[in-house]
Design a protein around this ligand. Structure first.
Ligand SMILES: Cc1ncc(COP(=O)(O)O)c(C=O)c1O
Length: 399
């Protein structure tokens, strides 16, 4: 099918949801993507911070192919080996005691929300309210879009589920003031991803953790975007030395195969009884076989150190290449998740288009910010090349 036909069919038949770039990707190798017309691109976006091992990773491909030839799906009515192996890896290598697997970040957060509600119901203590931050992003299901502290995502879908309360991010006093007796949990991102790669300050997250402990409410960290090694540690919260009760993962966990995960400890880990929650596909052998490869590499090789090192290299490359331009307002983030905020007069979508024409894929997020989230295997040369191309574009940009 040629590209014109593809675009025509998509326009007629797909729900009117996505503003797509004028590209149809066909295959990838390492950090390189090829479109259906044979054009080559270096990927600094990873399918929105997902493709952490890059494209056509031999171990990942082999594990998926092997598992597909044995058993793709079986349901949670039976045991399956890859699921048990994945759970064991996550439980033995982290502070968490139990896992639940689903298919997306939103579903992982739904699970976390249901744990809070279930504990409140069991204890009959009315602690059903969840505090979330303004500008947060937690997903697109009705509950998670309500948890998301951005009305633009939730308002068109009213009536919304009750029991969420919003506070400004990085404001510890506001959080303390919001902690009324009906609050059962605080749910935060360590770095607000969709709203512009906004890191929680050290004092804020550590303070929120201490305050949650003191008041006996759960701390849920949504690490859908920042988890699975993206910031140079398995969980971003490790940079802050805190221990949340629940963490949610998705994006990178399956290296591109859809899988979400809710990890919990303490009473949160034991909240559910059989029948309280479930999923048909979640934790199926295929997705877990893929995640076992990703998680295995993160726990058993020096991949996390490499992410940290390349993250520093990326920071330096961006600072020396583009920070001098006065329309670059900020460069922030951790590890291989970076945001470059530009003056509103330079729309980031224009920069993304120009980078594509130079053969580099980058993304955007809130507050007119470029989002850079390459596969963990990105090389120094690829980083230098990307920074140089960004600099070429910025040097030819005037405001
Ligand atoms: C922090 C965070 N939570 C949740 C989600 C939702 O994940 P999914 O799109 O897999 O449902 C996202 C997606 O961007 C995210 O960044």
């Amino acid at each position: 099918m040629d590209f014109e036909k593809i675009k025509e069919l998509e326009k007629e038949q797909y729900m009117k949801l996505f503003k797509r770039q004028n590209i149809c990707f066909e295959r990838g190798e390492g950090c390189t993507l090829y479109d259906i017309n044979g054009h080559k691109y270096t990927d600094f976006f990873g399918g929105i911070a997902v493709n952490c091992l890059g494209y056509n990773n031999p171990d990942l491909v082999e594990a998926i192919a092997k598992q597909a030839s044995k058993l793709i799906h079986i349901s949670n009515l039976y045991y399956n080996v890859p699921q048990v192996e994945l759970t064991d890896k996550l439980v033995k290598n982290t502070i968490f005691e139990r896992a639940f697997f689903c298919n997306s970040g939103a579903e992982a957060n739904e699970c976390a929300i249901k744990i809070v509600r279930k504990l409140a119901a069991e204890k009959k203590n009315g602690k059903t309210t969840i505090i979330t931050a303004r500008e947060s992003f937690h997903g697109r299901t009705l509950a998670t879009v309500t948890a998301t502290g951005q009305e633009k995502y939730s308002a068109p879908f009213a009536p919304l589920p009750a029991g969420f309360k919003y506070i400004p991010f990085n404001d510890l006093e506001a959080l303390k003031a919001a902690l009324t007796p009906d609050v059962g949990a605080i749910m935060l991102e360590c770095i607000q991803g969709e709203s512009g790669i906004m890191p929680a300050t050290y004092d804020y997250l550590v303070g929120a953790y201490a305050f949650a402990r003191q008041k006996g409410v759960l701390l849920i960290l949504d690490e859908v975007q920042t988890g699975t090694g993206r910031t140079g540690k398995f969980f971003c919260f490790e940079h802050y030395g805190i221990q949340p009760d629940i963490v949610t993962l998705a994006k990178g966990l399956g290296g591109g195969v859809p899988i979400g995960c809710c990890l919990a400890r303490g009473e949160a880990a034991d909240a559910f009884r059989p029948g309280d929650h479930g999923t048909t596909f979640g934790g199926n052998p295929l997705a877990c076989a893929a995640a076992n490869v990703v998680v295995g590499k993160l726990f058993d090789t020096d991949l996390l150190d490499k992410v940290a090192e390349k993250g520093d290299y990326l920071s330096d490359a961006l600072s020396s290449a583009v920070a001098r331009h006065k329309f670059v307002l900020d460069i922030r983030g951790k590890g291989l998740l970076k945001g470059i905020q530009l003056d509103e007069r330079i729309p980031v979508s224009t920069v993304v288009g120009k980078m594509l024409s130079l053969g580099v894929v980058i993304g955007t997020c809130g507050h007119n910010t470029l989002r850079i989230a390459p596969p963990y295997i990105v090389s120094h040369d690829e980083i230098d090349d990307m920074a140089e191309k960004l600099e070429t574009i910025f040097s030819n940009t005037n405001i």
